[in-house]
Write a protein that binds this ligand. Structure first.
Ligand code: NAD
Ligand code: ZN
Length: 261
């Protein structure tokens, strides 16, 4: 029998405590409990907006007004969202010296709002707009109003500084993410269906470099049967609460969601 008695939460907590060198890879699922729909799944945005019609660079250049219909919805939903207990849990793990960095595919800024310091934004952030012509940047709140297509001083359309399908990953984020994945002892993969490339390669890079892969997701994914060592089945906030409890025995205080931004 294993020293943890076969309890996957205990086993995951033991790995985190022993190695003290974890990195988290997060996806849309970690923000579902903050009221931001994921892309896939029954409540997902793709049920409403076909990604090939709404989320490619080509679609944006052809018809920015149409793509801004979807973007506007995301900007306003994310603007009202506050971090939940799972974001707070990762921030607590960082403070405890257990978690080194968060690599996020999310564009909602909720990890930083929860107090995480080292956040690698693999797909950019909705809080900034960039001109598709002169590349001037603006804070989204300065230029965006619901229903309108934001414009640069030069007159051209502004695009959120996020990665649409057909765009490359920002080189620094890609480099840092691969470095973190190669150096970590544990990769916590939270709330991602791991279907978006190249983010879906990060767990494999970590695994090949010797990391244990702990997946937190209510559903199995393509990773579960391939690279995952421990699948903790449940919502991100509940599993992080259990992990933190296990890591700080005697402290049943669950990480509550921090106040909104
Ligand atoms: P996805 O929509 O493909 O998959 C979401 C995953 O989260 C699923 O596997 C689902 O089972 C899981 N999940 C659902 N609820 C959960 C919960 N409470 N706790 C833990 N897991 C939960 O998401 P993806 O893999 O991140 O890919 C979507 C792409 O779209 C990413 O690039 C992402 O950046 C972007 N996106 C971002 C946001 C955001 O910024 N919040 C929202 C939607 C999409
Ligand atoms: Zn411009």
């Amino acid at each position: 029998m294993r020293p943890d008695g076969g309890d996957p939460i205990r086993e995951a907590a033991r790995l985190l405590a022993e190695r003290r060198n974890a990195v988290a890879l997060t996806g849309a699922g970690i923000s579902v409990e903050s009221g931001i729909p994921s892309f896939r799944g029954s409540q997902g945005m793709w049920g409403k907006y076909d990604p090939m019609e709404y989320a490619t660079l080509h679609a944006f250049m052809q018809s920015p007004r149409k793509v801004w219909e979807m973007l506007s919805e995301m900007v306003s939903v994310c603007g009202f969202a506050a971090p939940n207990a799972a974001h707070a849990g990762l921030s607590a793990l960082e403070k405890m010296g257990v978690l080194r960095a968060v690599i996020t595919q999310n564009v909602d800024g909720l990890h930083q709002a929860a107090g995480s310091h080292r956040v690698i934004e693999y797909h950019g952030n909705l809080d900034e707009l960039i001109c598709v012509y002169c590349w001037k940047r603006y804070p989204t709140r300065d230029r965006w109003t619901p229903g309108a297509v934001p414009r640069c001083d030069c007159g051209e359309t502004l695009k959120p500084n996020v990665v649409l399908f057909g765009e490359p990953i920002p080189w620094l984020a890609q480099e840092q993410a691969e470095e973190e994945a190669s150096a970590c002892g544990v990769l916590l993969v939270i709330g991602t269906s791991a279907q978006v490339s190249p983010a879906c390669d990060i767990p494999r890079i970590a695994k090949e470099s010797g990391a244990a892969i702990i997946e937190i997701n209510p559903e199995p994914t393509s990773l579960t049967e391939s690279v995952t060592d421990i699948h903790l089945r449940g919502s991100a906030s509940e599993i992080l609460r259990l992990l933190l409890k296990e890591l700080s025995p005697g402290n049943d205080a669950s990480p509550s969601a921090p106040p909104g931004r």
